[in-house]
Every structure is written in C-alpha cells, then in structure tokens.
Design a protein around this ligand. Structure first.
Ligand code: HEC
Length: 699
C-alpha cells in the first residue's frame, strides 16, 4: 500500500501532463484563406474560405491577367501563393514569382538545366524572417530565397541537394525526380519522388531534409531490409534488387498530430513480380509516419503484390466527418481503380467496411498473385469496374463493329485479373485512373469530397523476354513497355519512335536514353555501348550487337507489351460514355451527392454528341462561395465553375490551352483570384505554358 501511493500520484501527474500536451498540440483552426502549400495547405483539401466570388456573381467572372512563359510543353503546376506573390514553373522548370494582382513577373530563377515533364508545385518554409521556396528541377531540390529568387548557398551544395544521394545504391545509377512536392513540417522538408517503373529502379525511400542545411534527417524505407517489419512480404533479395514503392503524388500533413500521410505506388518491375513474391509492403500503401522521426504509426495496403501499376495516384485528403453525432478526423485516399477509402486519421481504422475479396490467380510461370484484394463497401466506385460488350462504343457503326471485334480477343473480367501471355487483359478504369494526380477537393464545412475521374479502358499483356544481345533485344527489354514492340508508342503521352531518325540525331537519342525526359526515366545502367547501339537501331532500323552492358542481371523472363489505351480507329474511346466524370461524395454517409459527365470533344459536340465526358488531368478546388472550380478536361480547354451543392454548371470559358493542372485560390488587397496553369500537353495538339487568373470585374 505504501509503495502504491507514489505510483498512483506519478500516474496522475503523467496523465495530466499528457492531457495538457494534447490540448496544446491541437492546432488553431485554419482559416483557409491562404494557399501556401501544395493542395492549398498541409491537409490537401484544395479548399478556400474566400467567398467574394459566389454562386450569384460567378457568371460575371473575367480573366484578370494572363502570364505566358513563352515556352511550349505543357504544365501540371499548381501555383503556390504567399503574401500576394504567385510562384509558378515554366514548362522547362524555371521558377517565376508573379505579382498576384497584375501577373507581372518579379523575378525568375533559371537553374541552367532544361527540365522536362511534370513539375506540380513547390514547398514553402519561413521562420518569420527567412523565406524559402523549395523548387524541383530534374533530380535536384533547390532552396530559393522567396523574395529575391536567388538560391540559398548554404543549403546543400550551392543551394541544392541531389535526390540520388543517400539512397544506399550507386548514385550515378539512380533516377529520382520530385514531380509532385512533399510537405514542410517544422524545420523539415519531407519528400518522396518518381523513379523508374522497370528494373533497375531506385528505391522509393521517403526522406526528410533539414530546411536550412539540406542534410538528410530521416528516411523511411518502403522496401524493408531484412529484420525490418514487412521484409517477409518480399523475396529475400528484393531490398537490393527491386525498386519503386515510391510516393510521387504528394502527401498530407496533420500538423497538430505531427503525422505525415504518404501514399505509395507499385514496386518495380510493375507488371511481373516473380522476383518480389509476397504482398510487398509498403508498396501501394498509405503510410502514417511520425513527421519528426519517420517512424511508422500505421499503414494500409490497397493492392497486394501489385502487377497492374495501381499506384496510389493522388495525395490523401485530411477531412473531418461526422458519424453518429461524433466528429472524426479522417483521411481519405482515392485510387486508380476508382475507389475512395476512408480511415480514422489517428488509428487507421476504416470508417466504412472493407472486404478482402478473392481474385483470379496468374498462370504466368514464376508469378504468384495475392489471393485477395481489399474492396470498400462504401462509397461505391466512381468509375465503372468491368468492361462488358454492352459498354462498347456505338459512336458510329464502324467504330462499334471494330470495338466488338477487338473486345472478343480480350480477357475482361473486372479488377485484378492478371495479365497473360496469350491475349490482352482489360484494365478498366485504365492505367491512368480512375483518380489521378490532380487530387480531390474536400469541403471541411460539409465533409464532401469532390473527385474528377477518367473512365476509359486500357489493355495490357506480357510476352517472353528475349534474352538476346542485339540492340533490338535490348530495345524490347528496356523500351517496349512504353514505346511498344512496333515503336508506335501511345501518343501523345508516349511518343512514337517510328522514323525518329528524321526528327532526332543519334546523339540526341543517346542523351534521352541516358538522362530520361519528362515521364521517361533515364537508363544510366545501360552503359555507353548499349545506349549507342539502341540509338543506332532507332535511327537506321538495323540491329547489331549491343555489347555486354546490354545484358542486365535484373532482366526478368517476361516483359510488359506496352500501355494500350482502348481507342477506336478515329482516336475516340472504344467504350461507351461517360469517358470522364466529376463526383461529389458525402464522406459522412458514403453516399453520392451528385455525379456528372465531365469534359467534351468540341468536334463531337458540333455533331450533336454532347456530355460524353473526356479524359481529364488536374484537380478541382472548392470554396466557401458555394463553388467548385476546375479546368482539367483534355479536349475542350474549358475552365468551369459548378454549384458545389448540386453540380449545376454556373460558368465556363475556353482557355488558350487546356488547364491540365489544379487551380489555386488567393486574395490580394481584398480581391479574390483563381489562377490555373494552361499548357495542354495531354493531347496531340499544340502545347504551351501560360497561367490564367480569374476575378470579378473591379467595381
Ligand atoms: C516508362 C515509359 C518509357 C520507357 C520505359 C522508355 N520511354 Fe522513351 N519516352 C517516354 C515518354 C513519356 C517520352 C516523352 C518524353 C517527354 O515528355 O518529352 C519518351 C521520349 C523518348 C524519345 C524522344 C522522342 C521524341 O519524339 O523526341 C526517345 C528517342 C525515346 N523516348 C527513346 C527511348 C528508348 C530508347 C527507351 C529504352 C532505352 C525508352 N525510350 C524507354 C516513355 C518511356
């Protein structure tokens, strides 16, 4: 008894301490008037409480300013706004600070590198005096003085760090780029990165760097080493051989809890997993990590042993929902296969039931598919789940006949059907979602999540890997997964290499192979001899020996035969509409508030075929003015405003290029603006690199 009293007292003191700390740690409610992070802020809500522009006056919206980089190539950038200054990228990844009221450029930071491909945003940090903008170009992360645009020399080496450093694998064989920004927590900048989809691929480590010095402060291995949790879900050598399981879509941060929510993608190689047998934790997972240390709190895996490239494609959304009168801080994650999964942010407990359902096994030698995959019972999917004959196009009699004929050759049985050797397997929704990198918008005042989605079918298959040594063999192993066996690619996302010799010199092709370009990873592993041999093959059509460096120990017995979008001979989806949708999902109940086709083809509209929906990339934003703003649609180049409660279209305008990017909302001197990048780049037409800002007319 005597000894118990002090124990009880100590326990009470500790409990009181914990309670006080818990109260202090609750962050002040954000007012959602700023846009100083990717997704508007750390919660990734893409929500603004600005309401000057509202349901009644949005019809008067005007272009307030435009800024043209003068470059082509397309943009996926969501601007970041601090104190009325709008930070943007150009298509070649120069960073420019624009006056938010006028669009006048204040400064430009040119790294001297010619960046290519997606660069979706920035990270910002300040301690009150120092103001740093973290800007990505290729494999580098720069710290720039946000007031002057000059690199901060004391950060890393002369103002930048090389993301290939510190990965425990030889630096010159790594390919890692920050295509979407991470988050800033206290004095840490936390990032993932995009790596190759085929072997060899860099590991997808999640890393935190010191905002002042660039020193690496922590790292979380998404492919565990022997002895670590999850290592038994891989082949014994996976931690050295496999790569990927990387986070390329962006993250969310709960500042008060000190937790960062990190979505990851599939492991490399994407489509054949014989050398990574098991569930492959923490690929295709949502990770809740301690933002200060990188320690794992909880995780959920969305696809076990992924062989369909079902990366988590969007940043998670931190949103509070109501359940039986109780408020629950939740995290919502959308997927390429068209689901939204909702969890308690603290514990990882699902807020709607999730069932592990059986799916077919693979008959490809060496492959072992997972017996089950998780499917949430609510909300129901926001994209169709199985392509059947009655869902084929009827646009013209000829396209309908063509689609029926093709369809008969496919295997089409819904989700998680293994790719086979004998015929193409339908992946529906396709490799580009369902959900994509634009992310969803969450309304913290209602608990409604807004998700735009693609609804197209793609197909994929496997073929025996030719282990030969000729340049054509190496091409088939390394390049055909994207550019296809017949060099035709999948334009515009993956260019055709037919007659590439008429457009590019062998030397330019060698550089592309070594360094990569846009969505294409670099192949530093190939070595100069094999690289030159492939370039010669592409230019001349003749194939000779590729040399010893053309054979890699990573080569697998089967290879992917290429991403194939199921399009009819005229280039339109060979499925029935809708080809794209916009959805409002009530996360309190799991029910849909509304769901509409989203996007059109102007030339089909002219023929009377309206409301088809279309492929769309780039996300929505939602405001306290009762509005949802979105560009994103690939073909009609429109910027639209909808009533967020009903999905009624209230305003639309055509931009010079399609806005394949997510807008940002901000105010300067009491005037509300919405700015969006317009660059196209997702279609075969011309591309550019502009920003368009909208506001109400000045009184
Ligand atoms: C993961 C998919 C992928 C793989 C694998 C891939 N590429 Fe590419 N490649 C692309 C994409 C996407 C582009 C367009 C890049 C851009 O945005 O500019 C491209 C562009 C190119 C270009 C420039 C084309 C032009 O019209 O200028 C060449 C040449 C090329 N790739 C060759 C290769 C070779 C050779 C290999 C194999 C060693 C390879 N690629 C592997 C996706 C890929």
């Amino acid at each position: 008894m005597k000894r118990l009293v002090p124990v009880v007292v100590i326990a009470i003191v500790i409990l009181a301490g914990v309670l006080i700390v818990a109260t202090l740690r609750r962050a002040p409610e954000r007012d959602y008037r700023t846009w100083s992070g990717y997704g508007g802020g750390p919660e990734q809500l893409r929500y603004s409480s600005l309401d000057q522009i509202n349901r009644n006056n949005v019809k008067n919206l005007q272009v307030a300013w435009t800024w043209d980089s003068g470059e082509a190539g397309g943009l996926q950038t969501q601007p970041l706004v601090v104190d009325g200054v709008v930070f943007v990228y150009t298509p070649t990844h120069k960073t420019v600070a624009l006056d938010g009221a006028t669009g006048q450029a204040r400064w430009t930071f040119d790294s001297g590198l010619h960046g290519q491909g997606p660069n979706r945003g920035f990270m910002y940090w300040t301690d009150g005096t120092d103001q740093r903008l973290f800007s990505a170009v290729d494999q580098y992360l720069y710290a720039i003085d946000a007031r002057t645009g000059r690199p901060i020399e004391s950060f890393g080496t002369a103002g930048r760090i090389d993301l290939r450093d510190g990965l425990e694998r030889p630096r010159d064989q790594q390919s890692v780029r920050l295509t979407s920004p991470g988050v800033v927590y206290r004095d840490l900048v936390i990032v993932g990165g995009r790596v190759s989809e085929g072997l060899p691929a860099s590991p997808g480590d999640i890393r935190a760097f010191d905002v002042r010095t660039g020193a690496q402060r922590w790292r979380f291995r998404t492919i565990p080493v022997p002895g670590e949790f999850g290592a038994e879900t891989w082949s014994p050598e996976s931690y050295r051989v496999n790569g990927g399981a990387n986070s390329w879509a962006g993250m969310a941060l709960d500042e008060a809890r000190g937790l960062v929510y990190v979505p990851t993608g599939s492991a490399a190689s994407d489509f054949y997993g014989a050398n990574r047998l098991g569930d492959n934790l923490f690929a295709n997972s949502l990770l809740a990590l301690d933002a200060a240390t990188g320690e794992r709190r909880w995780h959920f895996q969305f696809v076990h042993h992924d062989i369909w490239d079902r990366d988590l494609p969007s940043p998670p959304t931190l949103i509070t929902v109501e359940r039986n009168g109780r408020r629950i801080d939740a995290v919502a994650q959308t997927t390429k296969h068209g689901y939204v999964f909702v969890f308690d942010r603290e514990t990882g407990a699902p807020l709607f039931p999730i069932e592990e359902r059986p799916f077919p096994a693979s008959d490809v030698p060496g492959e072992a598919t997972a017996a089950t995959q998780p499917i949430p019972l609510l909300p129901r999917p926001f994209a169709r789940q199985q392509l059947t004959a009655d869902l084929l196009t009827t646009r013209t009699p000829a396209s309908a006949a063509w689609a029926r004929e093709q369809f008969q050759t496919f295997r089409s049985e819904g989700q998680f059907v293994p790719l086979g050797l004998d015929r193409q397997t339908v992946v529906f929704p396709g490799f580009d979602g369902g959900a994509e990198w634009g992310g969803s918008a969450g309304d913290p005042t209602t608990g409604v999540l807004y998700v735009n989605a693609n609804d197209l079918a793609w197909t994929g298959g496997l073929a025996p890997n030719n282990v030969g040594q000729s340049s054509r063999d190496v091409y088939l192993r390394e390049c055909a997964s994207c550019h296809r066996d017949d060099l035709r690619g999948t334009p515009p996302s993956i260019p055709s290499l037919v007659d590439i010799g008429q457009r590019r010199t062998a030397s330019a092709i060698r550089t592309t192979i070594q360094q990569g370009a846009g969505r294409m990873p670099g192949f530093p592993n190939l070595g100069p001899q094999a690289t030159a041999a492939i370039a010669d093959y592409l230019v001349t059509g003749q194939h000779g020996p590729a040399g010893p460096s053309g054979q890699s120990p990573d080569d697998l017995p089967y290879r992917f035969t290429g991403y194939r979008k199921f399009l009819d001979p005229d280039g339109y989806p060979a499925t029935a509409p809708p080809w794209g949708t916009l959805n409002a999902i009530d996360l309190n109940t799991g029910e849909y508030r509304w769901s509409i086709p989203f996007g059109e083809y102007p030339e089909l509209v002219a023929e009377g075929l309206t409301n088809t929906g279309s492929e769309n990339y780039g996300g929505p934003v939602v405001t306290a003015g009762g509005l949802l703003f979105i560009a994103a649609s690939n073909h009609d180049r429109k910027f639209r405003a909808y009533d967020k409660a009903t999905g009624t279209l209230l305003y639309e305008t055509v931009m010079p290029f399609s806005g394949n990017a997510t807008p940002a909302v901000y105010e300067v001197n009491g005037r509300q603006f919405i700015v969006v990048a317009a660059g196209s780049g997702k279609t075969t037409g011309p591309s550019g690199g502009m920003y368009v800002a909208f506001a109400l007319p000045q009184p």
